[in-house]
Design a protein around this ligand. Structure first.
Ligand SMILES: C[S@@+](CC[C@H](N)C(=O)[O-])C[C@H]1O[C@@H](n2cnc3c(N)ncnc32)[C@H](O)[C@@H]1O
Length: 155
């Protein structure tokens, strides 16, 4: 199994990058005993102004063949953290790669978005894509602690 975050835009050093690195590092350590791999981050950027269509082509190249495609989209499903953890455990048990896709300023091209296995919403409000990366990294770490039975997550 591989876990990939494919995202539009390059994140400079700063508070968001530190938080993402911290959560993904914690996930990598806690996930080892659970058979969960570290998350790799693939950043894509279209410098030719090709918009969502060009970004979608770059994102598609970063997604492992056959991976469960999970798009982050404000129109998607709102899952609880335990539900999200159960989805991750399911892909792990099927030995299936999973790719989380975060769009750019205009969102994710429907050609990519409509083929997703799952669309996850962090609420109906639109968040900046860099914050969505932070929230996703935290939820992946949280999911790992849920699967490990670690008390980080409380209801
Ligand atoms: C600035 S938003 C783009 C919003 C754009 N208007 C759209 O239609 O998707 C950049 C990316 O952040 C993610 N995003 C923003 N808000 C979100 C939310 N509430 N839930 C899940 N993902 C979100 C999506 O991947 C989106 O493509």
């Amino acid at each position: 199994m591989r876990m990939v975050i494919a995202a539009v835009g390059r994140l400079r050093q700063g508070p968001e990058a530190k938080l993402i690195a911290d959560y993904l590092d914690r996930h990598a350590k806690a996930g080892r005993a659970l058979g969960l791999p570290p998350v790799t981050l693939a950043e894509v950027e279209d410098k030719r102004g090709g918009g969502m269509v060009a970004e979608a082509a770059l994102l598609a190249r970063a997604i492992p063949q056959g991976a469960a495609l999970v798009v982050l989209d404000e129109r998607g499903q709102m899952l609880s953290s335990p539900e999200f953890a159960a989805r991750i455990a399911g892909w792990r048990d099927q030995a299936r790669d999973v790719a989380f896709v975060i769009g750019g300023a205009d969102g994710i091209d429907p050609g990519l978005r409509d083929g997703a296995d799952l669309a996850i919403s962090f609420g109906r409000m639109v968040w900046p894509h860099m914050l969505v990366r932070v929230m996703l990294a935290e939820q992946i770490y949280r999911a790992t602690t849920i699967l490990a039975g670690n008390p980080y997550h409380r209801e």
